[in-house]
Every structure is written in C-alpha cells, then in structure tokens.
Write a protein that binds this ligand. Sequence first.
Ligand code: ADP
Ligand code: ASP
Ligand code: MG
Length: 405
Amino acid sequence: MAYLVQKYGGSSVATPSKIRGVAKRVQKSLCTCDGIVVVVSAMGDTTDELISLAHRLNDDPPSREMDMLLSTGETITAPLLAMSLAAIGVDAVSLTGLQAGIRTSASHRKARIVDIIPERILEELARGRIVVVAGFQGANEQLDITTLGRGGSDTTAVALATALRAEHCEIYTDVRGVFSADPRIVPEAVPIPEISYAEMLEFAAVGAKVMHPRAVEIGEAYDMPIWVRSSFDDSGGTIICRHPKLEDRQKVRGIAHETDVAKITMLRVPDRPGIAAAIFGPLAEHHINVDVILQNVGHDGTTDLSFTISASDLRAAEKLVGDIAHSIGADGYEATSDIAKVSVVGTGMLNTPGIAATMFRTLADAGINITLISTSEIRITCIIDRERVRDAVQALHRAYELDQL
Ligand code: ADP
Ligand code: ASP
Ligand code: MG
C-alpha cells in the first residue's frame, strides 16, 4: 500500500478558510495514493499564546502541566480539519498523538519519539478514511501527554511516514521550501531545490526553523525523503534526501541564525582534571543542551569557561550553575542572553580554503564582533551581539553570492 503523509504547519491552518484550503489540497492528493495521514500543528500563534497564558499564572510552570496545556493547540486543529474534510464529502477521523500510537521518552517539553504503534491508523486507513493526527504530542510510559519541542509536528510527520513506510513525507509551510537564508531576513534568498539530510540537519540545528532537526534526523536514519513545500501554491519546493544532485557544485548552501541563545561564563575555574565533567554532567542530567564551549587559557591556575545554551533553558541552568561554581571552587558565573548565533552551512567547507576567512572578514568589515567560534565538517558558527544578527545574515548572504544561484 502506498500511503502519503502530509503535514500542515500553524500558518497553513491559522483560520477556518485556510483549514478549508488544506481540506481541498488533501482531497486533491487522494487520487495519487492509497491513503493519506495528515499531521497538523496548532492554529497560527496558538502555542505562543498558550505559553504566555501559562506564564501569567506561574513564571516557572511545571513541565508536565505545560505539556497538557500546549498539546491542546494541536488537539483543536485535528478535529477541525476532519470536520472540514467531512463537509466536502471526504471521510476523515482525527486522532490525538496517544490514539495514533506515538510513544515518547519521559522528558516533558523535549520528549523524543521512541516507538509508534500504528495499528489504529492502519485500521482507519483500511476503512478508507483520511487520518488526521494532532502533531507535536505523544504519550510517555505513564500515558502522560508529552510534547516534542517547538516545531515538533515535523517530527510527528516524518516518524509516521517511516512507521507507515510511505514513499516520502510532505511538509507544507508558509514559504516555498528551504531557502538559502530565512526569507524574512534576506528578501533575496532563493529556494534550494535539493539538500542532503546532513546539511539540512546542521542547517536546522543552527536555526533554519523551517524544519525541526529531529525530523531530519529520523528522515536520514530511515532514508525517508522529505519534500518541503508551500501550502499556498504549487511551486517546486525542496527535497531533503541522501544524495542531492547539486551537492558537488556548491560549497556554501545557506546562512542560518538563531536568537534563542544565552551564554554562561564560569569565572576563575580551577584548571584541573574533572572540571568539565563537574560542570556539564548536571546540565546534561537536566536535559540542558550545551552548544559552543570555549575555555580561555589562564595564567594563574584558573581559567574562565564560557558555553552557550538555549535562552529558554537559562532559568533552569542558572538554578544549577551557582551551586556547581561553589562546588568546584570557581569565583561564580556571569550570564547573558544579548547574543545570537550566525552560521554558514555547506558540504566540505572546512576543506575549502577561504570559506572561514570570508566569514570572519565579512563580519569584521560590518563592524560585528565575534565572541565565540565553533566549526564542524559542514558548518562554521559565530556568536555575535543579538542586535547585529540581521546585518550579519544579510552581509554573509551577499558575501557568498547566494542570491546568484
Ligand atoms: P510551520 O508553522 O509551517 O511549521 P515555521 O514557522 O515552523 O512554519 O517554519 C517556517 C518559517 O521558517 C518561515 O516562515 C521562515 O521565516 C523560517 N525560516 C528560517 N530559516 C529558513 C530557511 N532557511 N528557509 C525557509 N524558511 C526559513
Ligand atoms: N505548535 C507547536 C509549535 O508552535 C509545534 C509545531 O507547530 O510544530 O512549536
Ligand atoms: Mg515548524
């Protein structure tokens, strides 16, 4: 059986008339396959609104209760789309993540899908129904509702496509695919027709929000091609796959930025074995991802150690680092979230002389100070002042002539 999985993001289902548009698109796709599973996000800015509602009652809300609350956004969209399909004569049923068999790890707000038990979905498909699944949510072993992290409906979709052995997974959003930079920041950015999982994973991980990084990871692990397209027109979009044809011709694929970044500097840390483990162990235990790390060379037996985390984890991290500093004999810590991350992503960059130099020269010419640098095989990242991030992305896009592809 050739099943199709389509996912529609928040802006694609923001209003009743947009939901009606999605229903028509789903109906049109019916003739191309044996059955369709549609994954939906919360309508428009619902998730943001639910988060600010929670913070009006508690400035550090319990994460289990946040998951109960945030999952309701998607739980509303799914039946609305099913009703809209019924209104045009298409038999459809909506399912929550739990009903769809999406089992996750225990950790609230950042749960990972550990298993999908697709029996119910398969039964409904066999009855000729379109199955509309609420994205972003699942259930842990206790059957408590979990969510997969912001943007996680993409991951629901790719995981379901894998579980149902679909030929590919379609992600419908408010832009015409993956662009060489965020088109909201760089109007000259161009859509990338094909991109490898590895490049897209780095691109998404450093801020290209059009895809959730976990979704790309699952796509790569199970070789599931992901087609990112606009829900408002029929333009070509971007195929994320293993071997894009363009790969060899181009080194730099895009520029990404991220403003959800905070930096913590541990001051005058004693320079002895075991210190990094003492700092990063407790952070990892609390599911706080550490990104760029820099240890400054000290001359008096101590060093300053800086690292970045997600700004949304800063409150949780600050609860830990004061005690850590005390226990390792450091002089305390400083924290700032006035920073941002700008990254250049592309295959084989580090082996191509000049790519890193161009990045540093471009930022210097724009008078933008770099506070930390990190690299991988296919990415160079600089930490800069948050207020210069737009200038940095635009200058780099021009410097690598990405508008001329
Ligand atoms: P959805 O609600 O459909 O999941 P998102 O808001 O999560 O949509 O992702 C789409 C947005 O991602 C776009 O509106 C765009 O501003 C942003 N974006 C950031 N970087 C890129 C990029 N490189 N290419 C395309 N869009 C990007
Ligand atoms: N509604 C969730 C969010 O806004 C999940 C998603 O849209 O993918 O992050
Ligand atoms: Mg998204």
